[in-house]
Write a protein that binds this ligand. Sequence first.
Ligand code: MG
Ligand code: ZN
Length: 351
Amino acid sequence: MNKYLFILTFLTAQMMMSQNEQPNIILMIGDGMGLTQISSGMYAHQNTTVLEEFKYIGLSKTHSLDQLVTDSAASGTAMASGVKTGNGVIGIDGKNNFKQSILEISKERGYKAALVVTSSIVHATPASFYAKVHSRNYYETIALQLSEHEVDIFAGGGKKHFIDRKDKRNLIEEMAGYTFVEDISEFEATESKKIGFLTYDEEPPNLIEGRKPALDKMVSISLEKLENQGAPFFMLVEGSQIDWGGHDNDMNYLLAEFKEFDKTLREVLDFAKKDGNTLVIVTADHETGGLSLVGGNYKKGKVKGKFNTEGHSATMVPVFSYGPSSEKFIGIYENTAIFDKMLQVLDATKN
Ligand code: MG
Ligand code: ZN
């Protein structure tokens, strides 16, 4: 073979290989994180956010099956499984079909999976990726469904739903294949491939009240572990309490939670840049508080917000994407399209 032809063939093969290699997918949801929450967090923190490093930006329509204003269950289900459903419903569409989530589909295709959140692990947003229940309030059922699942790493609160149950079962004991860790150093140290880290008995407190461990720390440890497992991974990261700051109409609460989420973005984006085959999608399930930004001083890191509701609002939310296939996420689309696009990414690559 001609030397140059050989080099060309070699290079083409290399290119094909990298195109067909299954990418990691990291979906980051700031619950209740509309554009004003992002703007507020940015101006309050040296007029900067890691989101400025994302090249592709889209907008997502968040309405649920029958309500203009969605809740986190319906919007979580839309992004996780690609269907609109009623508020409060997880993993089941309007015709009572139980839907596979992108986490479950990726698992079938050889992926590892992780969930890392700052609410309880059975709360609506993470639950949308593994549970199928008619009400988000069925926490014990959701915990049971997680225990029967194959999520490789999960971290979040809500331990009581696993051990202090009406049916008297102890799910932690039943999950024999898992190592349950008690704190961040145990989490870091364990070499187990299946890890449960139930950070609090109840819902974790907010950051100002001293929530630990930090989301960015939990995520960076999880990334390190996933990277060493020799398979691609799907990971959901949720800044769960940006939403709760909005419900409380509490700007300081919201800003602290956003800051931690932004620090976590730093970890994730640095990982993706280094890895070269990691798709990162950052979005929200809806906006919370009907927040508008009416004053402040970015040089002093001060922002003045005005809330219009203690509930959610129906405004579109931004979608930021980075990495392979990130250009798919530009434009305006329904939140269900986030699932469709992630599935296209899985379909375009082989096992
Ligand atoms: Mg949530
Ligand atoms: Zn909410």
